[in-house]
Design a protein around this ligand. Sequence first.
Ligand code: 5GP
Length: 190
Amino acid sequence: MKKSFLPEEYHSSIHHVLISEQEIQAAVRKTGEQISRTYEGKPLLLVSILKGSFVFLADLCRAVRIPCEIGFMGAKSYTGTVSSGKVEITLDLEQDIRAYHVLIVEDIVDTGITLQQVVKMLKERHPLSLRVISLLDKPKRRIVDWHPDQALFSIPDVFVIGYGLDCEEQYRNLPYIAVYEESSEKSALS
Ligand code: 5GP
């Protein structure tokens, strides 16, 4: 069941800013330049895994100075069946990726289950090339032998919100990455 929305809890749950708006924007600009150099003259398809990566994709694609196309996919992993690594594709790409160099744009790699499955599935469609870039990486939480080709920031094992990442669909519009803390836990500790 979805939590009721209380403004005071909303603000007190933003524990502290982990990565500032300025740090994110600088890293995104640099990454956009790298992508522009790497894929110059090549058919590039940026694939956003919804919903968490929509903000990162929106900024990153505007930092890319070469022609590119955008695609969207939806993927859901089941935490209750972590060992089985079951991932459901809730929205599939429109493009036939055999004609593209595909760059998957992800918000965060945690256990690695979601991306490992998505990459496996897309490789079977024979793109010209396939790479994964993630805004955040939580290497301590990895339970499968898979890593993104590039991550802009490596973070500790904390639950983060903002810049597209949510908690119960809230906080996606924060311009920074913050550590989330349950208000109830906070008051129990104080
Ligand atoms: P996976 O465990 O398969 O690598 O990651 C699955 C998904 O879990 C991510 O795409 C993201 O939506 C969500 N997730 C993992 N860690 C966090 C986190 O710290 N904050 C938020 N908001 N979502 C997370």
